[in-house]
Design a binder for this molecule. Structure first.
Ligand code: 1CP
Length: 341
C-alpha cells in the first residue's frame, strides 16, 4: 500500500494528516550546513547526486516527514535551456544572458544538465520506505520566465511583465519553450521514481487577471495535460503563490490534482471555494515557526480544523525560514500528529 501523502493526493481523506514542509532541506538544519561547507556552493551540491540525495533525506531522518522533496532548484530548467547559472553567496541566483536583451533562439540547449537530477531521484527513491512519498518538482513557466528574462529575482517582476506586454509573440515563445523542457524534465523525474510532482508558480501573484489566465493557467494546464498523458496516475500539486481569489479558477481550469495555498489565503475560504474533495496543501505562515509557543499551536490547529472535511496535506504557506529553531518544527509536528476532529 502506498503512503499517507500519496493516498491523500489521490483524494483519500484519512483522519491523520500527512505533513512535509517546503524547503524542508536547507540551512536551518546543522547537518545541511555541514555538508554544504564541505562540498562548496549550492550548485555543486545539486550536481553531486549522492550529496543531494543525502540532503533530501536529512529532514526525514530528523522529523519523519511523509514526503521527501528532491533537493534541487527550479532554475535547473533555464540552465538546461542554455543559460549560465550562478548562485552567489549572499545574493540570489543569476542567469545569463538575460532574455530581456538576448533572443531565446540564441541559446544553445544543454539537456545533459538534467541527467544528474534523475540520478538523485533514483538514489532517494531506493532509500525511502514504502510509507514515504518521493516528490519531484519544477517551476511553472511564468515564474521560470521571470528569472530568464530579468536574469535574477526582482521585487515585482516588473521587467518581465513589461516584456510580456511589449512583445507578446516573443514572450509566448519563451513560455512554450519552458513548457516543452519542463514536460521532458518531469517525465524524467517520474521515470526515475518521483511519485508526485509539485509545480511552483512563486510569482503568480504579480499578474493582472487577463495575464494570469494567459501566463499561469494556460501553461500550467499544458504541462499537466502532457504529463498526465504520459503518467496518468502521478498526482500533480499546483502552487500558484499569491494568486488570491484567482486560485479558484486555477484549481478548476489547470487540471492539477491538488492545490497548494499560501498563508495569505484564509483556510476557511479555501475549504469553501475550492472544488469539493480536491486535496489542498498548506498553509501555515512560516513566520509562526520563528515565534513558536501558543500562537503556533492555535494557528496550526485552525488550519487543521478548516480542512477536516477534505483531503489535506499539512504544509507551510511558503518555504521554511533559515533561522527557524528545530524545537519549533518539533512542536508543530506534535500539534499536527496529535490533532483530533
Ligand atoms: O545558499 C543555499 O544553501 C541555497 C539556498 C537554496 C536552496 C536550499 C536555493 C537558492 N534553492 C534551494 C533549494 C530549493 N529551491 C528547493 C529544494 C527542496 C526543498 O527543500 O524544498 C526547492 C523546491 C526550490 C524551489 C525554488 N527555487 C523556488 C520556488 C519556491 C519558492 O521559494 O518560492 C524559487 C523561486 C527558487 C529560486 C531560488 N533558488 C535559490 C534562491 C535563494 C531562490 C529565490 C530567489 C529569489 O528570491 O528570487
Amino acid at each position: 500500500m502506498s503512503g499517507l501523502l500519496l493516498r491523500t493526493l489521490r483524494g483519500e481523506n484519512a483522519p491523520q494528516r500527512p505533513v512535509w514542509l517546503m524547503r524542508q532541506a536547507g540551512r536551518y538544519l546543522p547537518e545541511y550546513r555541514a555538508l554544504r561547507a564541505e562540498k562548496g556552493g549550492f550548485l555543486a551540491l545539486v550536481y553531486d547526486s549522492a550529496a543531494a540525495a543525502e540532503i533530501t533525506l536529512q529532514p526525514l531522518r530528523r522529523f519523519d516527514f511523509d514526503g521527501a522533496i528532491l533537493f534541487s532548484d527550479i532554475l535547473i530548467v533555464p540552465y538546461a535551456m542554455g543559460q549560465d547559472l550562478q548562485f552567489l553567496v549572499g545574493e540570489g541566483p543569476h542567469l545569463s544572458p538575460r532574455l530581456v536583451d538576448h533572443a531565446l533562439n540564441g541559446l544553445q540547449a544543454v539537456p545533459e544538465r538534467l541527467l544528474p537530477i534523475y540520478e538523485t531521484v533514483r538514489l532517494v527513491k531506493a532509500a525511502l520506505g514504502p510509507e514515504k512519498t518521493m516528490l519531484g518538482f519544477a517551476g511553472s513557466p511564468w515564474t521560470i520566465a521571470t528569472y530568464m528574462v530579468n536574469g535574477e529575482g526582482s521585487r515585482d517582476q516588473h521587467d518581465t511583465r513589461a516584456y510580456a506586454y511589449r512583445d507578446r509573440a516573443a514572450f509566448q515563445a519563451i513560455i512554450d519553450a519552458i513548457v516543452a523542457v519542463t514536460v521532458e524534465y518531469l517525465d524524467g523525474q517520474i521515470k526515475a521514481g518521483a511519485e508526485a510532482i509539485q509545480l511552483f508558480d512563486s510569482w503568480a501573484g504579480s499578474l493582472a487577471p487577463s495575464e494570469f489566465e494567459r501566463w499561469v493557467i494556460a501553461p500550467n494546464a499544458a504541462i499537466v495535460s502532457a504529463v498526465k498523458a504520459l503518467h496518468p496516475n502521478t498526482p500533480i500539486i499546483g502552487f500558484p503563490k499569491g494568486s488570491g481569489e484567482k486560485l479558484a479558477a486555477y484549481a478548476r481550469e489547470t487540471g492539477v490534482d491538488a492545490v497548494g495555498i499560501d498563508e495569505t489565503i484564509d483556510p476557511i475560504w479555501a475549504a469553501r471555494e475550492l472544488p469539493a474533495n480536491m486535496p489542498v496543501q498548506g498553509n501555515l505562515d512560516p513566520l509562526l515557526l520563528l515565534a513558536g509557543g501558543a500562537e503556533l499551536e492555535t494557528q496550526a490547529t485552525r488550519v487543521l480544523d478548516a480542512f477536516a472535511d477534505r483531503p489535506h496535506v499539512f504544509n507551510l504557506g511558503h518555504g521554511i525560514g533559515q533561522t527557524t529553531p528545530i524545537a519549533h518544527v518539533d512542536q508543530l509536528l506534535q500539534v499536527v500528529r496529535n490533532w483530533k476532529p
